[in-house]
Design a protein around this ligand. Structure first.
Ligand code: CO
Length: 489
């Protein structure tokens, strides 16, 4: 009898093996990780392509349980950094709690010390006013990592980022990404000609507005454009082409004047107002001129996928939810009960000079999240999007969350899926083969949770056919996280 590189128990009629159901994944994938490893070699099956060399750096929440109770939301867990160093066909791994001010306050007290996305250390307004100590905004960089010049930053949706060492994962200090009354998102873009980091942020104060800003590696910044707005919408990412930045507003909005005094956690200040629809603006990156807004039916979006110019028209692709219920669906209690959150679909908005309203077109039927593309096609025409999706059992039972790796081709609207029954996949990061010409010529790196084994693995897939090339097993389960970046050696 032959064995595959990773043998699995036989699937049950629901398509899940013993110990590998969505319920098991919820138990293991949202459990606090206390273990920290410095630099360990991983047990490897399969073969890593010889050309693949560098480090996958990832962040995500990893500790939700406090001395009393838990934080409220998946996003509010204390950030943990993970590093997979790939060299000479092998993989080494390290992980470390992000020790900015939020991480250190948690370590010293077992409580959270700062206002998080959906959890506030001052639980009532009375306590807030009674307290002379304003806990301030967090630097819990659990959402994304990025590089500005030589500095690696762990980021969340506040003005504060933690600088870390990409080799040791040690936290080196806290850096301001914006002024006190600004909320930058954690999906910056890069201007490869200048090395600038391009941020979209919500500036509050007396005249609330969206700002697109170029931050220079040596310090300083240039505000490219300001879009005044009465009630800003929640912002998680934005679009970018060679000429334009694209700002998309979902009607999940807040009143900046009330935010500071409401006594409620950040996201509880937002209201879903579908009657106002969604809006999109295109900002000329050179002149700062703002085109739009174009209006569109109400939708909620975390992630833009790509955008590109086609003559006078501007195409914007994003993952859209019908409403903002996903925000509540990602509460930690609900995820720990294995409730499956909604998953968005890929929609295209074409902004034309002669119109002010835009009707989106769904590009593919299969929903997915955590989109990644070949970076060479950023801001240009493209055809391939990778992501993670849910599997629905043969018996029609609700599927698991973050379970499959998806590959959607836009020209035919089809989605190919990689699934390992009983394992649960994270964001698939595309790494181009150095001399690869085709858009999908490269590999996908995804961190997979294996609840039955109480482990996680870095899985390397061939991006062309989603075939598994290699799997490097980590001796502890890595909680479900968000985003990472690959730094070539
Ligand atoms: Co994100």
């Amino acid at each position: 009898m032959s064995t595959t590189p990773h043998a699995h128990p036989a699937p049950s009629p629901t398509g899940y093996p013993v110990g590998g159901t969505p319920r098991d994944a919820a138990d293991v994938g949202f459990r606090d990780l206390t273990d920290e490893l410095t630099d360990v070699g991983l047990e490897l099956t399969g073969t890593i392509p010889a050309w693949l060399s560098g480090s996958l750096l990832r962040t995500g929440p990893a500790r939700w349980d406090l001395t009393e109770g838990s934080v409220n939301h998946w996003f509010d867990g204390l950030a943990m950094l993970h590093r997979f160093a790939i060299a000479d066909g092998g993989v080494r791994y390290a992980n470390q709690l992000l020790r900015g001010k939020a991480g250190r306050a948690y370590e010293q007290t077992g409580r959270i010390g700062y206002r998080e996305f959906a959890t506030d250390p001052c639980r009532t307004r009375f306590q807030r006013i009674a307290s002379l100590f304003d806990p301030g905004l967090t630097d819990n960089g659990a959402v994304n990592v990025g590089r500005l010049g030589e500095r690696w930053l762990a980021m969340t949706e506040t003005p504060l980022a933690v600088v870390f060492d990409p080799e040791t994962l040690d936290s080196l200090g806290v850096e301001r990404r914006a002024g006190k009354l600004s909320l930058p998102n954690a999906h910056p873009h890069y201007d490869h000609a200048t090395g600038d980091m391009l941020d979209l942020r919500i500036a509050m104060g007396p005249r609330p507005r969206y700002e697109v800003v170029a931050r220079h590696p040596a310090g300083g910044e240039r505000v490219i454009a300001k879009i005044p707005v009465r009630r800003p919408g929640y912002q998680h990412s934005f679009g970018l082409t060679g000429r334009y930045a694209i700002v998309t507003e979902s009607p999940l909005v807040f009143d900046p004047k009330r935010l500071a005094v409401s006594g409620r956690p950040f996201i509880e200040n937002f209201r879903w107002r579908p009657e106002q629809g969604s809006r999109l603006w295109a900002i000329d990156r050179a002149s700062g001129d703002v085109r739009g807004p174009w209006t569109a039916p109400a939708m909620f979006c975390f992630h833009h996928v790509n955008a590109f110019e086609d003559g006078d028209a501007l195409t914007v692709d994003l993952l859209a939810y019908d409403d903002a219920s996903v925000v509540q669906a990602l509460a930690i209690d609900r995820l720990r009960e294995a409730a499956t959150p909604p998953v968005p679909t890929l929609r295209r908005y074409v902004l034309t000079a002669g119109s002010t309203a835009v009707e989106p077109r769904q590009l593919a039927a299969t929903p997915f999240e955590l989109p990644r593309i070949n970076g060479r096609h950023q801001g240009r025409p493209y055809n391939v999007v990778f992501g993670t999706g849910s599997h629905h059992g043969e018996d029609g039972a609700a599927g698991g969350f973050l379970e499959t790796v998806t590959k959607t081709t836009i020209d035919d609207g089809r989605t190919a899926v990689w699934r390992d029954p009983g394992a649960f996949a994270g964001e698939p990061i595309f790494v181009r083969r150095p001399d690869g010409a085709d858009e999908d010529d490269g590999v996908l790196l995804t961190v997979v949770l294996e609840p039955a084994r109480e482990s996680s693995s870095l899985v390397v897939l061939d991006a062309r056919d989603l075939g598994e090339l290699a799997r490097a097993r980590v001796p502890h389960p890595i909680p479900f996280g968000f985003h990472g970046q690959f730094a070539r050696a």
